[in-house]
Design a protein around this ligand. Structure first.
Ligand SMILES: [Zn+2]
Length: 142
């Protein structure tokens, strides 16, 4: 959902960006996921949009690391599915032993953990909702 950016808003963005840069912020090549304004990195390391305040960008180092973890987890899941398939074939052929059952539970436990971690990592990437409301209240002529 893109917001229309009029001339007035663009000037405001520019003014705020300049203000932030004067206090040591650096301009990033990334844009705000909500309004497409250029983002700035504050000296504290926080990434902010001149309109929406603090936003989470998909391309921060942390996000890239998390994307890598997600990829690894997905690969692990595929391997575990394969291993479980091997147990099914083994049980069909030779019946199951106590060790098989124990190993299967072990792998299922691993799958459950993977799902849990993936769920945590897949939280929404944009955390600017509250800032939008706040900034609307602020800018919207009280
Ligand atoms: Zn924005």
């Amino acid at each position: 959902m893109d917001e229309e950016i009029d001339k007035e808003t663009r000037e405001l963005v520019l003014k705020k960006a300049v203000e932030l840069m004067r206090s040591g912020a650096t301009l990033l090549s990334e844009v705000c996921p909500i309004c497409k304004s250029p983002l700035l990195k504050l000296r504290s390391g926080e990434i902010v949009c001149p309109i929406h305040g603090r936003v989470m960008v998909v391309k921060t180092e942390e996000e890239i690391a998390e994307a890598g973890v997600l990829g690894a987890l997905t690969e692990l899941e595929k391997r575990i599915a394969k291993i479980l398939g091997m147990y099914i074939r083994k049980i069909d052929k030779e019946g199951s032993t106590y060790e098989d059952a124990r190993d299967i539970v072990y792998w299922l436990d691993a799958l459950e953990r993977i799902e849990r971690i993936k769920h945590i990592l897949k939280r929404p990437l944009i955390q600017g909702e509250e800032q939008i409301k706040k900034s609307e209240r602020r800018e919207g002529g009280e």
